[in-house]
Design a protein. Structure first.
Lengths: 179, 179
């Protein structure tokens, strides 16, 4: 199945204290992107509330020695019950290109489908070519934006002044999408 | 009723584009606290997702001329359905001490009770005496922490390194709490 993980990797739902572990690896996984300011920004995007109140729709992946190698934080929209949203995903560079990210997304798609959602949405930063390729590769479409940056539709100031985003959506009901 | 607003103030649920309006007033309402870094931090704590996916449990208050004077962003916990969580609240300094904040909290308490929640949780930063007085004044209790700062129990690194928090909880089932 497309949501199977490589041998030796085990998924589970996160608990509140896993937030520290996720924050602790992010600087390494993001290669210190934007230094201390970047580190603080990543912390603020993952306040503890996500590890308290959205644990049942979020996932961690650990090696059998207990080391954290990936996470996905997502939820079902409270005000749009047909929509699920993926907020933040990270994969340890040492296990990339082995299908770990794809597996986590498909686990989330399956969970969201079981809860009655019809589509999944998420955003990424403009210029993140790897993220763009990943999302379009697993069936996301880029939503129209209000400007073009590097050939892609972008929502300017989507998350705040200067925080432009590319928005993705993927149907969960298309029978040709492999779930 | 305790959730009535002063004359001329009108509540409604927010829409996605209200996020820009909320971010635009925050620097003024927080008196530019911590400068540009503080402004960015406030943006990151209120990404657009809260104005897309948790609108039905969140509130804005506008004057009858349309000016924004208060907001409350909250949700029902997805993984702990008996818990509701208040994430971020702001009140225009020009309307403070008129019960606007109390009214918004009580609106949220009523909504959470109607959805089957038994308690409401929220956090604030250590040393925010006004927030402490406000929350204890409307029936919140301070949760035990892992350190004492200025005489209060604090959860160190609660939201990330250096992001200490005081945690509050308030029952919704106590018949003596005026709802």
């Amino acid at each position: 199945m497309v949501d199977e993980l490589p041998d030796g990797l085990v998924p589970r739902h996160p608990m509140p204290d896993d937030q520290r572990r996720v924050l602790a690896v992010m600087d390494a996984w993001w290669a210190g992107f934007q230094g201390d300011a970047g580190s603080l920004q990543r912390s603020l995007l993952l306040p503890r509330l996500f590890f308290q109140h959205f644990t049942d729709s979020s996932f961690l992946v650990e090696r059998d020695d207990g080391a954290l190698v990936a996470f996905l934080v997502g939820f079902v929209s409270q005000s749009q019950p047909e929509v699920a949203y993926i907020h933040f995903v990270g994969v340890d560079p040492s296990v990339r290109r082995r299908g770990v990210g794809v597996s986590l997304y498909h686990r989330f798609f399956r969970l969201a489908t079981a809860r009655g959602c019809r589509r999944v949405r998420c955003v990424t930063s403009p210029g993140n070519a790897a993220s763009l390729a990943f999302h379009t590769g697993i069936g996301f479409q880029v939503e129209p934006g209000d400007a073009m940056i590097e050939g892609l539709p972008v929502h300017r100031d989507y998350d705040g002044p200067g925080l432009h985003r590319v928005a993705f959506t993927r149907t969960l009901t298309d029978p040709t999408s492999r779930l």
